[in-house]
Design a protein around this ligand. Structure first.
Ligand code: RB5
Length: 149
């Protein structure tokens, strides 16, 4: 599976951990930054992952900041991005089965590495259910047309 990963400084250590875990599984991960501990602004990295995933429909995204909130908001500004802020395996599963989320957001100051890794593993494995959820996801897509991106 192809991934695009991004974080700010607060999410850097957890992102590195999760990128390594994905690569160990054989996945192809493009890390769009940040790459060091210097303080940076999360919108740049969230939006970049959003753009990359929107342009590569079979790919998934991983974004990490302190809470996961800011970087998920940034990713969701991009048309075609469906970024879900998840906190555990259950929310990761729902994000895939019901929302067809294509980007997972995690908060490095909110959950530990073990819970984050389990959530990412679930997000990677679980498929979208379709059915009644497809109609709702289509409605989300229709909202993209009102964006300026
Ligand atoms: C950075 O201090 C912090 O604000 C950021 O990582 C994130 O939590 C924002 O939503």
């Amino acid at each position: 599976m192809k991934w695009y990963a991004g974080s700010d400084h607060a999410g850097l250590a957890l992102k590195r951990h999760l990128v390594a875990a994905l690569r160990e599984l054989g996945d192809d991960v493009v890390d769009v930054g940040t790459t060091d501990e210097a303080s940076v602004d999360y919108p740049e990295y969230g939006a970049e992952v959003g753009r990359r995933v929107a342009a590569d429909p079979n790919a998934r995204g991983l974004v990490v900041c302190g809470t996961g909130i800011g970087i998920s908001i940034a990713a969701n500004k991009v048309a075609g991005a469906r970024c879900a802020l998840v906190h555990d395996s259950f929310t990761a599963e729902m994000a895939r089965t019901h929302n067809d989320a294509n980007i997972i957001a995690l908060g490095a100051r909110v959950i530990g590495a073990g819970v984050a890794e389990a959530a990412l593993s679930t997000f990677r494995r679980v498929a979208f259910e379709g059915g009644r959820h497809q109609r709702r996801v289509d409605q989300l897509g229709a909202l993209d047309t009102s964006k300026g991106s």
